[in-house]
Design a protein around this ligand. Structure first.
Ligand code: ATP
Length: 455
């Protein structure tokens, strides 16, 4: 399921919350897998008892078997109705639990904001509301299950009465049958065994299966989902040297906001090895350009061309390996600095320690890394919380450099920093742009002209 999730389009993640997805990956998958062992254990035994019991009942008295079996119809019908209803209820329980998980995941991820806004109780209330809905539906399902079990037992009881009534009648010589008292007792024993198995084991199994089915539906919804932009679809590999990228009459709106046109017929070209700055006010669509250049989204009109060929023809995995990105909200991993610097590099692309230190030096990151207790092996915490914003950005710059990029996308890399850090990161960026000059095309995005002219 994780494999299917990580290959989904970025647009898919725009419309979902992380907590909802982790809930599907943990709670729902567990609910699908858990019953398997139980069912494997009891299913075979139950079927053997059922078939054996039925055979013995028929053998002892087929008339009594047919009579008693008339009572099974309503039970099967009722159980079927309950199973369908319960599947829906269990689906909504899973949705509520996923929503609660989304609230808790988001609150814990933003715990500093939650705490500083004094919003702890609001988050707890939102979490509780979802859990209360799950609990209410869970109670409803339990009452209905108890009701169905009670009705089944009454019907079972009625079947026994019917057997004893008709059997007793026959044994006493009324009617046209030659049933012996011994046969009646034997039949009753077999029927009880058959019923016990059906009501206790198979009913329990049905309940478990219904819950598993609702979870399985949610799991398979994700597994069966195919991305519109698969990473391995394109055939074309990367050419040698820096690449040119051009937008031709590109029109774009986000799938989550189809009414808001972000780009309306935009055309420009970044030549191979050129450094081009894009400046525009907040919300103008600068980061959207980066998303389109990385093919997180496809344009709704026009074309994005790489070295003159549509980006859609390229193998995205190979292409993205050759793109370096430093964005305003840098994402780093809860791993060592070294692992973060070499993130995504494998095989022949893995740089030597010497290259890593050189890249960190070029990004003005080596000095602060050397001061850490475990230097390049220091862990940086979830989201890089053990580093300052400026240090995080410099790690991101070194990381971009180590990919030996052919296209470098610098998306307002200094916008979230204070003046001192901005100066340091700006210097690191300038050095980076100069060091790759001619070997790599650079798109520099800023909302102030001074940022790019200064560089
Ligand atoms: N994932 C998204 N889903 C829907 N709308 C989005 C999404 N990302 C951005 N937008 C909208 O698209 C428009 C352009 O956003 P974009 O982030 O490209 O602007 P920007 O120029 O980079 O802004 P800033 O300088 O503030 O970062 C904005 O109106 C924004 O609200």
């Amino acid at each position: 399921m994780f494999e299917s999730l990580v290959k989904q389009d970025i647009a898919f993640f725009d419309g979902t919350m992380t907590g909802q997805l982790t809930s599907r990956m943990t709670n729902d998958v567990a609910a699908v897998v858990q019953p398997v062992r139980q069912i494997m254990n009891t299913f075979l035994t139950s079927i053997l008892r059922l078939v054996g019991g039925l055979f013995m009942c028929l053998f002892t008295s087929w008339k009594l078997t047919v009579l008693a079996a008339t009572m099974i119809g309503p039970v099967v019908y009722l159980t079927g109705v309950y199973a369908r209803w319960s599947k829906q209820v269990n689906m909504s329980i899973r949705v509520s639990m996923a929503d609660a998980n989304a609230v808790s995941t988001e609150a814990l991820r933003n715990i500093r904001t939650v705490r500083s806004f004094g919003a702890d109780l609001l988050e707890v209330t939102a979490f509780r509301q979802h859990m209360d809905t799950a609990l209410k539906n869970g109670m409803k399902d339990s009452y209905a299950s108890a009701g169905v079990t009670a009705i089944t037992q009454y019907v079972d009881f009625a079947a026994t009465i019917l057997i004893l009534w008709y059997g007793g009648y026959a044994v006493l010589g009324y009617g046209q049958t030659d049933l012996q008292i011994g046969n009646l007792i034997t039949f009753n024993l077999y029927w009880n065994m058959l019923n016990d198995t059906a009501t206790t084991n198979l009913n329990g199994m049905l309940n478990t299966l219904v819950k598993a089915a609702s979870a399985a539906q949610r799991v398979f919804e994700i597994i069966d989902l195919e991305p519109d932009i698969p990473a391995d679809q394109g055939e074309k590999g990367m050419d040698e040297g820096p690449c040119s990228i051009s937008f031709q009459e590109v029109k774009f709106f986000y799938p989550m906001r189809p009414d808001a046109m972000v780009l309306n017929g935009l055309s420009f070209t970044v030549g191979a090895g050129q450094t081009v700055a894009m400046v525009g006010k907040s919300g103008a669509g600068k980061s959207t350009l980066v998303g389109l250049m990385l093919r997180f989204y496809d344009p709704k009109g026009g074309d994005v061309l790489l070295n003159g060929c549509p980006l859609t023809e390229y193998n995205l995995r190979l292409y993205r390996k050759k793109v370096g990105v430093v964005s305003q909200d840098t994402q780093v991993f809860c791993r060592s600095i070294l692992d973060n610097l070499t993130y995504g590099l494998e095989g022949g692309d893995v740089p030597s320690m010497e290259e890593i230190e050189k890249a960190a030096e070029a990004a003005s990151a080596n000095d602060f890394i050397q001061q850490l207790d475990e230097k390049y092996n220091s862990m940086i915490g979830e989201g890089g919380t053990r580093l300052s914003g400026g240090q995080r950005q410099r790690v991101a710059i070194a990381r971009a450099l180590l990919r030996r990029p052919k296209l470098l996308l610098l998306d307002e890399a200094t916008s979230a920093l204070d003046a001192e850090n901005e100066g340091k990161v700006q210097k690191a960026l300038d050095d980076l742009v100069h060091s790759v000059h001619g070997n790599c095309s650079v798109v520099l995005i800023a909302h102030r002209l001074s940022t790019v002219i200064g560089g």
